[in-house]
Design a protein around this ligand. Structure first.
Ligand code: SPV
Ligand code: MG
Length: 535
């Protein structure tokens, strides 16, 4: 059985090694804190209030706080120490608070020796009246007597330095709270120098674990806390403050630009939002629990950004994808083919003559840099749509419908590519080598991709990739990983789609090949256009 969160928090407080808690103020931010590797969450009164747009003056009711932190414990497995302000009342309110916090999985609570309603410690020092020591000790005892989990943690926060009462009063109070049963002492300061905190630590000399919140004395090297045997350091508000800066910058940019073009690459991709919400778990659960097996969902991303040459005057005002084959634009034909197999939700990446690319029902993403960037860059712009069950296709291919059918019949959770085996020795760039050549007969076994692109010598090639692939649940994730890796090493802008597939293979992931024999044209010039009409 895994360790209880109360036990984990107690261990962080009592072990010799110093621990860090990171502020969070919502289910989402708590999950981000956990993902960053922190061992615990600080449920900050300041930032939870701020996230609701209210003041840190007990404007949220205690039950609103409890309901809210329940979302934070739900999204995480690490312990959460809640900033319980003054306990929201007297000893009796404190008893109910502890019982409720245990019920929602909170591992511990901090209460401060001020009066309800409190004011944030960094505001109006003249308005920081301290609680009566005996009354506060009663509150600590009541809290400790109410816990049903023996490891639930109660931290007593001493505000004597904040209120200007000096070191002797701080030590006197800490000692009283320690004797009343507090598991640790949080000593707070609003000075930019750690001098009064260090004086407290010297005098206290390890009588009970000490928690610090170095918001104001942030320049102090962490080693100084370690050297003085501090138990827990709380970074109390930086996730919220970072998000405020990001929200302000993004809102201002969109307002000024009246467009998302400059902002989109700088904000978290939508699939990251879905991941943080735990969509993957739901997808798994749907497979297990939904009564009727729903047809696998199918969507498509069509890359139609590239400029065209070799078409005489035909592409001076429209891109290749809008050239007509038997009276219908190439792109429209392709989308009809996909729709025939239940494809709903098509994203078209446009570039060259973007405004002329217009097909009903598609969502458009524009690659303004289509002249200097390649296929992988275009795909990355549509990354949000690269989800489980996505067809990825070039916008200039004309297919016979049975190619799509063959692909979908064989497609699984990984990546599956349609490969034309009649073009085995072709010099085209998307040459493919597979584990075996096309036998020309119907075979049951799966054919695995060995290599794709320039690295495959024409003589070693088993065919040419048609420019159409299917990404299942894993395949979509692998392609997104490949995009991230290419972005990280600076090759994304000029990479081809086949380079991304090569990366997937290099990462040890498999990809499958479905052999077809003709039945498609990649329209690159006028001759292709004529050939396509004959399909
Ligand atoms: C909080 O994070 O709400 C705290 C720390 O209590 S402080 O804002 O420094 O008072
Ligand atoms: Mg607070």
């Amino acid at each position: 059985m895994s360790e209880r969160r109360t036990t984990a928090l107690k261990r962080l407080l009592t072990r010799p090694e110093m621990a860090f808690l990171m502020e969070a103020h919502s289910g989402l931010s708590a999950r981000i804190v956990e993902e960053a590797g922190f061992e615990g969450v600080w449920g900050s009164g300041l930032t939870i209030s701020a996230a609701f747009g209210v003041r840190d003056n007990n404007e949220l009711s205690w039950s609103q706080v409890v309901d809210h932190v329940a979302f934070m414990t739900e999204t995480t497995a690490i312990p959460l120490l809640l900033d319980g302000d003054t306990g929201y009342g007297n000893f009796n309110n404190m008893r109910r608070l502890v019982r409720k916090l245990e019920q929602v999985g909170v591992a511990g609570v901090t209460i401060e020796d001020k009066l309800f309603p409190k004011t944030n410690s960094f505001l109006r020092s003249e308005l920081q009246p301290l609680a009566d020591v005996e009354e506060f000790c009663g509150k600590i005892k009541a809290g400790k007597d109410s816990q049903t989990d023996a490891d639930f943690v109660l931290v007593a926060r001493v505000e004597a330095l904040i209120a200007g009462w000096g070191l002797a009063e701080a030590i006197k109070r800490a000692e009283a709270y320690h004797r009343a049963g507090a598991d640790a002492i949080l000593i707070h300061s609003r000075q930019s120098s750690p001098a009064e905190i260090f004086a407290f630590l010297d005098e206290w000399s390890g009588r009970a674990p000490v928690v610090l919140v170095p918001t104001k004395y942030w320049r102090t090297p962490t080693e100084e806390f370690r050297a003085r045997r501090v138990s827990v350091v709380i970074w109390a508000n930086h996730v919220l403050r970072a998000s405020i800066s990001a929200m302000q910058a993004t809102a201002a940019r969109i307002r000024a630009a009246e467009s998302l073009i400059d902002v989109e690459p700088h904000v978290a991709p939508l699939h990251d939002v879905f991941r943080l919400q735990g969509d993957e778990e739901l997808q798994e659960a749907e497979k297990r629990y939904l009564p009727v097996a729903r047809g696998a969902s199918l969507s498509a991303i069509v890359l139609a950004a590239g400029a065209a040459t070799d078409f005489g005057g035909l592409t001076t005002a429209v891109p290749k994808a809008m050239l007509k084959v038997q009276g219908r634009p190439i792109l429209g034909r392709l989308l009809d083919d996909f729709a025939h197999f239940g494809c709903r939700g098509v994203t078209v990446v446009r570039g060259h003559h973007a405004a002329a690319v217009d097909v009903a029902g598609a969502r458009f993403v524009d690659n303004a840099e289509f002249g200097e960037t390649g296929e992988a860059f275009s795909l990355a712009l549509a990354e949000d749509s690269l989800v489980s069950g996505t067809l990825v296709a070039f916008g200039d291919i004309v297919l016979k419908r049975h190619l799509v059918q063959a692909l979908l019949e064989d497609a699984g959770e990984g990546i599956t590519l349609v490969v034309d085996s009649t073009l085995a020795a072709s010099a085209t760039p998307d040459r493919v080598r597979a584990a075996r050549p096309d036998s020309g007969r119907f075979e049951f076994d799966e054919v695995w991709l060995v290599g794709i692109g320039d690295a495959v010598a024409p003589a070693a090639s088993h065919g040419v990739w048609v420019g159409l692939l299917h990404a299942g649940r894993d395949g979509a994730a692998w392609l997104r990983e490949a995009i991230a890796a290419a972005r990280a090493d600076g090759t994304l802008r000029t990479a081809r789609l086949s380079d991304l597939v090569t990366r997937v293979l290099a990462a040890g992931r498999p990809a499958r090949v479905v052999y077809v024999r003709g039945g498609w044209v990649n329209v690159n010039n006028l001759t292709d256009l004529v050939d396509a009409s004959g399909l």
